[in-house]
Design a protein around this ligand. Structure first.
Ligand SMILES: [Zn+2]
Ligand SMILES: [Zn+2]
Length: 370
């Protein structure tokens, strides 16, 4: 069967004739790939900065943002049946008995670094016709989300980020006692850095949680992303029009920053204007570059005097996947057109070169396999 993969040893990105996977354990499920989202991680793997094949292979099948359909289940599988739509998680646990996190199915917090990731690190991905996975790594998707469920994986970044914020902000009186439980952001200002898919989906999540949400991004408005965001009630601010201090003045106390831009300079400039009791969530993974100057004294002073927390978050757990599916349903009810417009292109598998190696275009591009 066909797959798209990288051959790091030869620095090649190509179509690969990949063996048909088979169910090899009672808890396994065979899945037909329906759609696979392409993101910056895939594009970076195609520059060979990271991305490693499984043991015994010279290639790695790409793809970690998948929507699939169950075609066959192992004898002990109880939660899924053929025909169900599913989204798989990405990270798989390390094998070390002493890794408390992996032993408790919290491989997003793996202590050893010897985890694997489907389509990224030492386990084949989903950009192929069929794949097999264990029941516990799959989450069911309702049929009405069929055309947008490929957005689940990028939304899990924000879901896990917000879960971290909830748990950290228990340290202080964050909400009025009368605030409904689903309005965690009521009366709070959130700032999202970046207007890519992770940023836009993050802004949607913050909005439905009650935050007054702004997005700070490069391109001047109006543009497709600014119009999409403004149509759902997010304030879009271009860094070419307003500098960081003007931004700070406009927003007021910044209670939460959700970084989805992946570059250090602007991210640390924004850390300087984080508000009282503020929390800053980093999700980006910048490529190594020469050292930069930052306002380190102001930042350190603020961290202390303003009780601030900076937290990094990577990967997503079961709850984040379940939350993403629930919230995509909510977004679809509230903003059907804006949500669908996030998927700016659907392509066939043999068009992979443009998507992975060409100029990045649109918001979220998807490869359709059926
Ligand atoms: Zn991705
Ligand atoms: Zn581990």
């Amino acid at each position: 069967m066909q797959a798209v993969g990288v051959v790091p040893g030869k620095r090649e990105v190509r179509l690969i004739e990949h063996g048909m996977p088979r169910i090899a354990g009672a808890n396994q499920i065979k899945i037909r790939s329906l759609e696979v989202g392409v993101c910056g991680t895939d594009r970076e793997i195609c520059t060979f900065v990271y991305g490693s094949p499984p043991d015994g292979f010279d290639y790695l099948v790409l793809g970690h943002e998948s929507l699939g359909e169950v075609v066959e289940v192992g004898s002990s599988v109880s939660l899924f049946k053929p025909g169900d739509l599913v989204v798989p998680s990405v990270r798989r646990p390390c094998r070390h008995a002493h890794c408390l996190a992996c032993r408790e199915d919290k491989q997003d917090f793996c202590y050893t670094g010897d985890f694997t990731e489907r389509g990224i690190k030492m386990t084949h991905g989903f950009l192929t016709e069929f794949y097999v996975d264990e029941e516990k790594y799959l989450t069911r998707v309702p049929a009405e989300l069929r055309d947008i469920a490929v957005l689940v994986e990028p939304l899990t970044v924000a879901e896990k980020g917000l879960a971290q914020v909830r748990s950290i902000q228990q340290r202080l009186p964050w909400l009025d006692r009368k605030t409904p439980a689903d309005q965690f952001g009521a009366g709070k200002n959130a700032l999202v850095l970046g207007a890519g898919p992770v940023g836009i989906l993050g802004a949607m999540l913050l909005l439905v949680n009650g935050f007054k949400t702004s997005v700070y991004s490069r391109s001047k408005a109006p543009n497709a992303k600014s119009e999409l965001l403004e149509s759902i009630g997010v304030r879009y601010i271009s860094c070419e029009v307003e500098n960081v201090d003007q931004l700070s003045e406009r927003i007021g106390n910044i209670d939460l920053v959700y970084e989805a831009v992946g570059t250090a300079k602007i991210s640390y400039d924004i850390l300087r204007i984080l508000g009282l009791n503020g929390i800053y969530v980093f999700t980006g993974i910048p490529a190594p570059k020469p050292a930069i100057a930052i306002d380190a004294d102001i930042i350190m002073r603020n961290l202390v005097l303003k009780n601030q927390v900076v937290v990094g978050t990577v990967n997503a757990d079961r709850e984040a996947f379940a939350g993403a599916i629930r919230d995509l349903g909510l977004f679809l009810k509230r903003w059907p057109q804006a949500l669908r417009s996030l998927i700016t292109g659907r392509y066939r598998i043999n068009q992979y070169r443009d998507l992975l190696l060409g100029k990045a275009t649109g918001i979220k591009n998807v490869i359709t396999l059926v």
